[in-house]
Design a protein around this ligand. Structure first.
Ligand SMILES: C[S@@+](CC[C@H](N)C(=O)[O-])C[C@H]1O[C@@H](n2cnc3c(N)ncnc32)[C@H](O)[C@@H]1O
Length: 415
């Protein structure tokens, strides 16, 4: 059934060894990473979704659909405009079934991929011979070179999907189950537009916005979970996918609505010796939920203030060490340390020895340069520091970073 004009099988970079996927031409860029797909499916499993099949009316190479079907043990229907990509999707459902030793499972024998227009609900219902949809997942295609990420650029268009599938989605409870997988670059105004489209079609239903990050300080996905898959009283959440394929993701929840997230502001007071500074995951900060998380890892009554609240290295100052509850907490911080000294000379080949002497006097045997330096000199200065400090007896690690409240550098012991 799989034709040889498909690109060859590709090991999913975030899939267990041996789980390989077919990706139709151009579908690689759009495919959901397997680990993200499974993580979502496991969280949908905790929701009370209606009976029926899972529908993905723009299924691409079917990776997300296959994860849902396998984890929820439910049949799925995927619809895809491109013939070649649809064939890849059918192959991927099968490959997941085989990999998970589910060749005999009902979900696999009853799942279908249709080549066609995902907005044509009537024909698809007839072709797939289904009567009710349990849950609708939609990850519309977006132009690769889009500047605006406008809703009208999405294919298929959300209003047509909602209007044409609405009657097949309504559950006994009256609340549909919808997951809209959108661009992380949507503006606040575009998110408002999406919410309005959902309300216009389905009325006042519960909604949870989710920012998903696979690390590197990037938000990879922004999704809206609505109706039966929304989390009661959670308006927003941030999900950091584990760096380990089988690891637990870390979820940070916020009660507030997305549009009540307040912008962060930078404090004006200078940092002091013995204070702590921490660089927080940039994706968490841009989701607006960093303060929710900080309140869970800072000691009681320890206040913090933002020194930098945007960009790739958001930074806070605080007076006690962060208290991590689990591994998921530690990956929310790029680095954390206690200020031991200030270094005022401009860092260069001529002054790096002075910095090494200061570090040695503090018992620091390894000092990482995190200050803003030209890439021409950074590696050279780093290796000089390494050479000058390597015979130190003491065992503290440390880092040097720009002080956002002055023109000096902060010399910190890592905690
Ligand atoms: C972002 S991809 C989906 C990726 C998928 N979620 C995965 O995990 O692999 C969107 C897909 O929608 C398809 N598409 C666009 N318009 C469509 C339409 N009207 N009906 C069905 N599929 C459509 C595109 O060809 C593309 O493959």
């Amino acid at each position: 059934m799989i034709t040889n004009n498909l690109e060859s099988l590709i090991q999913g970079p975030t899939a267990p060894a041996g789980l390989k996927f077919h990706l139709g031409k151009g579908a690689k860029r759009l495919a959901t990473p397997w680990q993200v797909a499974v993580d979502r499916a496991e969280r949908i499993q905790l929701c009370d979704i209606p009976k029926g099949v899972i529908l993905d009316p723009a299924c691409g190479s079917g990776i997300q659909l296959a994860a849902y079907c396998h984890v929820l043990d439910k049949a799925g229907v995927g619809i895809e405009l491109s013939n070649e990509v649809a064939i890849a999707a059918a192959g991927n459902l099968w490959r997941v079934g085989v990999f998970e030793r589910s060749e005999e499972a009902d979900w696999l024998s009853m799942s279908k991929i249709i080549v066609g227009d995902g907005t044509d609900a009537k024909s698809c219902m007839n072709l797939a011979e289904i009567s009710q949809i349990s849950f609708l997942h939609i990850d519309p295609a977006r132009p690769a070179n889009s500047r605006t990420h406008g809703l009208n650029e999405m294919r298929p268009q959300l209003p047509a999907i909602f209007a044409n599938w609405h009657t097949h989605l309504i559950a006994e409870s009256g609340s549909p189950a919808l997951l809209l997988d959108l661009s992380p670059r949507l503006s606040m105004a575009q998110c408002d537009e999406v919410e309005e489209l959902v309300r216009n079609e389905f009325g006042e239903i519960e909604m949870t916005w989710e920012w998903t990050s696979r690390g590197g300080g990037r938000v990879d996905r922004l999704s809206l979970w609505a109706g039966a898959v929304a989390e009661a009283s959670v308006g927003c959440r941030f999900v950091r996918i584990s760096p380990h394929i089988f690891g637990q993701s870390k979820v940070i929840k916020g009660e507030m609505e997305r549009n009540s997230l307040k912008p962060l502001s930078v404090g004006i007071s200078k940092v002091r010796k013995n204070e702590y500074v921490s660089i927080i995951d940039a994706a968490l900060t841009s989701s607006g939920l960093a303060e929710e998380w900080l309140n869970s890892v800072l000691a009681d009554e320890d206040a913090f203030r933002w020194l930098v609240c945007d960009g790739r290295r958001p930074m806070i100052a605080h007076s006690k060490p962060l208290q991590f509850v689990d591994e998921g907490d530690s990956i929310m911080v790029q680095t954390s340390g206690q200020i031991e000294a200030f270094f005022s000379p401009v860092l260069s080949a001529a002054t790096v020895g002075e910095l090494a002497e200061l570090a040695a006097s503090l018992g620091i045997h390894s000092l990482t340069l995190r200050a803003t330096l030209s890439p021409d000199i950074q590696p050279r200065l780093q290796s000089t520091l390494h050479r000058l400090l390597k015979h130190q007896q003491k065992h503290y690690g440390g880092f040097v970073i720009d002080d956002p409240t002055s023109s000096q550098l902060l010399v910190c012991k890592t905690v």
